[in-house]
Design a protein around this ligand. Structure first.
Ligand code: FES
Ligand SMILES: [Fe+2]
Length: 426
């Protein structure tokens, strides 16, 4: 069988002519593979760290754990955005122990060194015991992350100082990020509050699940029934659309669906007032972007994967979700809601209700998804009997459907390409 993407096909078998695409289950359970992923994927790719609105004012900061690094994402008194390693240059303690806040300085609680919001070491208790030239080279200032770049308000970091630009890395997925960011006339903001949960499954199962149209009708049958009962005539809209691979492992499914979208698809549950509001939002979008783009923004849903682990679900509400491995069979998930700045109170309420109702940890979808992912992970215990997953749905179609698996193959091809790069030390 022809195999491409790796010399020996140890991770994937990718053969369009034969209609075969398989992924080795070792990829989900093996400690050595996780160690290699850390070096070859998470230490090489651009990783989402946060949104500009989370640090809107000078002095605002949030702390984040990104690929096992504790980081401070802040806007300093000059308005500059920084990402620092949250470790005191004296002997290592965190210099910031809060999740978020506003501060002009970070004081280490251990021996009391103080750093400015621009990372400079500005106070050292007992300074006269140190040499006069101590820190004259700045080496005791907070360390900055190797690379930080942003695209339309989304900030990313890269731990590889030689990485190419974020702009080029995003490539084909920029078009879809634009369709999300363009929803806010005055820009977009993260709504306060983070969903955090742990899942006993490999992180790549969450990547697959987040762009998997195939499972919706079965895993989320309860929600689909609920929609059929509440969305009235719109239930006939269906799930038309398709999946696309966007280069560099990024992928998307874009489709219409019967649920309400605060921007800007009305459902009967929102009443006549809601209908007028939606028409108003649609008119603004049409004015700004023209009819065709406005229709696409308003009425199409997008599940977007920014390789390797940022998912933007632009569905009933907009969810940003990241997930990082803790072990081959365990991940930590963070999720935030994004919304247009200045949206009416009623629509913000509907949006947040949607955010919780479907994708919240106690919503219609997430508990079922988590159950499915954890069951898959348990299923991999029988790897000697069944060693490969099948991801071939739609492989010979020119235009794969939303519920085909093209978008997952896009992820796996890139993952495989990175994982099979030979390292100098190997
Ligand atoms: S470890 Fe921070 S001041 Fe000593
Ligand atoms: Fe799901």
């Amino acid at each position: 069988m022809a195999q491409n993407g790796s010399a020996n096909g140890q991770f994937i078998i990718d053969d369009k002519d034969a209609g075969v695409f398989k992924v080795s289950r070792r990829a989900f359970v093996d400690d050595g593979i996780l160690a290699a992923e850390k070096r070859k994927v998470f230490d090489r790719c651009w990783l989402y760290v946060g949104h500009e609105s989370e640090i809107a004012k000078n002095g605002d900061f949030v702390t984040r754990n990104i690929a096992e690094r504790n980081l401070i994402f802040n806007r300093d008194r000059s308005g500059q955005v920084n990402v620092f390693y949250n470790t005191c240059t004296h002997r290592g303690a965190f210099v910031c122990r809060e999740k978020e806040g506003n501060s002009r300085r970070f004081q280490c609680f251990y021996h009391g060194w103080v750093f400015s919001d621009a990372g400079d070491l500005i106070e050292v208790p007992g300074r006269d015991s140190y040499c006069d030239h101590f820190n004259s080279d700045g080496s005791a200032n907070l360390a900055r992350v190797e690379r930080m770049e942003s695209y339309r308000g989304l900030y990313f970091v890269n731990f590889d100082k030689n990485a190419g630009s974020l702009y080029d890395y995003l490539g084909g997925v920029r078009e879809y990020i634009d369709l999300v960011v363009d929803q806010g006339e005055a820009g977009m903001e993260i709504v306060g509050g983070t969903q955090q949960y742990a899942v006993d499954a490999n992180w790549k199962l969450m990547t697959e699940n987040s762009i998997d149209g195939y499972h919706a009708a079965t895993t989320h049958a309860t929600y689909m029934d609920y929609l059929a009962n509440t969305a009235g005539s719109l239930a006939a809209v269906g799930m038309g659309g398709g999946g696309r691979q966007l280069g560099n492992g990024h992928a998307v499914i874009e489709y219409s669906a019967p649920w309400g979208r605060p921007v800007a698809q009305w459902v009967p549950a929102w009443g006549e007032d809601g209908k007028k509001d939606i028409e108003g939002i649609k008119a603004v979008l049409t004015e700004k972007y023209g009819k065709e783009r406005a229709e696409r923004i308003a009425n199409m849903n997008r599940n977007i994967l920014v390789f390797p682990n940022l998912v933007i679900n632009d569905i009933m509400a907009i969810t940003f979700r990241t997930f990082f491995p803790q072990a081959p069979g365990k991940m930590h998930v963070n999720a935030w809601a994004l919304a247009p700045i200045g949206e009416s109170e009623a629509f913000r309420e509907r949006r947040l209700f949607n955010f919780l109702e479907f994708l919240g940890p106690g919503g219609f979808a997430t508990p079922d998804d988590v159950e499915a992912l954890e069951m898959c992970q348990r299923g991999y215990k029988n790897m000697e009997a069944v060693g490969w997953n099948d991801i071939s749905k739609g492989i010979q179609r020119d235009q794969p459907a939303t519920n085909d698996e093209l978008q997952m193959r896009a992820f796996w091809r890139q993952w495989n390409a990175l994982m099979t790069v030979q390292e100098a030390a190997e």
